[in-house]
Design a protein. Structure first.
Length: 371
């Protein structure tokens, strides 16, 4: 069955209660590695079934083996040590969720980087065996790697973030080349570094007040373009997507602003086949920046919220797709939720049934718009 190019989802799906309980027990010092692997396997099968029932045809394993969406990269690295996440503020409607609710594990570089594991390879082997159709492997882009370099911790191994990034990018390229050798034909990079340019408050809140936005943009585009170029050189037929959102943790967000400050360089130079863009609220601005999308590139409009159980109006979705088609030909548009449903393992504030209905809405709307 050929995948429908107009209906997609970003990657992560809600974990099963049994898996979450097992992870909690593991953190209490009650390790049962065999049982945990069994529950991860069952949760991944359940995630595939949710997608199949909804009609999604580009499958993931729901990222259920990961603590966060970043873990595919971060947990595979050696030369890092546990560290507190940077002090981003999370917002949810009119309130702020507690720091405990939105906490996630983070690392910092403390020694020379090396690849200690290939978690995405495990995911790819599982999906090759169990996915009933096309599948993709999602991964944090190494362009976000500068957040791993922390003063007082990282200098001994890498005097500057730039030197660290060279090793990190090389490791990710090698990992992607291995996935392509494994038969993977669809890669998605999650690259949120553009938020440092889009949102001044976010940039300052993350301690990057002294860094010029144009320098961040040029460095981020250069890394993402290098990773995409390497993948295409290895296999010109691989589909490469890039997802950009404004934060997605327990139905909370952390940055806002139009794509306009990054659009020309991001859309024009990175070279992906598909951009998956958050567009479910006014926080992302209008569709005008899509005028920089190269001809033939697909824009996957993240119009459906993964943060709330409320189902969007299909009429409104179709109206917004029509509006976006003023800037990108309708045949090069697609539809998705704005992000995953569980960027961190605790997931967003909705149920598996809500999640399924959201994915069904993606598929049904795509069928009505594109046939």
């Amino acid at each position: 069955m050929a995948a429908n190019p107009h209906a997609e989802h970003v990657g992560s799906l809600l974990r099963t209660p049994e898996l979450l309980e097992a992870r909690t027990a593991q953190r209490r010092g009650e390790p049962d590695a065999e049982r945990l692997r069994e529950l991860e396997h069952c949760a991944a099968l359940a995630a595939i079934e949710v997608q199949r029932q909804a009609g999604i045809q580009v499958f993931t394993d729901g990222e259920v083996r990961r603590g966060t969406w970043m873990a595919g990269l971060l947990e595979s690295l050696g030369g890092v040590s546990p560290a507190a996440p940077r002090s981003a503020k999370w917002y949810r409607g009119g309130d702020e969720p507690s720091a405990e609710e939105t906490h996630f594990d983070m690392v910092s570089v403390s020694d020379r980087l090396y690849q200690k594991a290939l978690h995405t390879s495990v995911e790819a082997a599982f999906l090759a065996e169990h996915a009933p159709g096309q599948f993709k492997i999602t991964m944090m882009s190494s362009s976000m790697g500068a957040i791993l370099w922390q003063p007082g911790i990282s200098e001994a191994a890498y005097p500057t973030p730039t030197e660290m990034m060279q090793d990190l990018v090389a490791l990710q390229i090698k990992e992607i080349e291995g996935l392509l050798d494994q038969g993977v034909t669809w890669i998605q990079l999650d690259s949120l570094g553009y938020n440092f340019v889009i949102d001044q408050d976010f940039r300052e809140g993350m301690g990057m007040t002294g860094v010029k936005p144009e320098e961040i943009l040029d460095a981020t585009v250069a890394v993402d373009a290098a990773v995409v170029r390497a993948a295409k050189e290895k296999n010109p037929d691989v589909t490469v997507g890039m997802h950009i959102c404004r934060g997605n943790n327990r139905s909370a967000w952390m940055s806002q602003g139009s794509y306009e400050p990054v659009a020309e360089k991001l859309f024009g130079q990175v070279g992906v086949d598909r951009f998956l863009l958050e567009y479910d609220t006014e926080r992302a601005g209008g569709f005008e920046p899509l005028r920089f999308i190269p001809r033939g590139t697909t824009v996957v409009l993240g119009l459906i919220s993964s943060k709330t159980p409320r189902l969007e109006s299909q009429d409104e979705l179709r109206r917004r797709i029509e509006e976006a088609s003023k800037y990108v030909p309708i045949e090069n548009l697609a539809l998705s939720p704005q992000c995953g449903f569980a960027s961190t393992e605790r997931g967003n504030l909705l149920t598996v049934d809500d999640e399924r209905r959201k994915l069904e809405l993606v598929v049904d709307t795509a069928q009505r718009v594109w046939g």
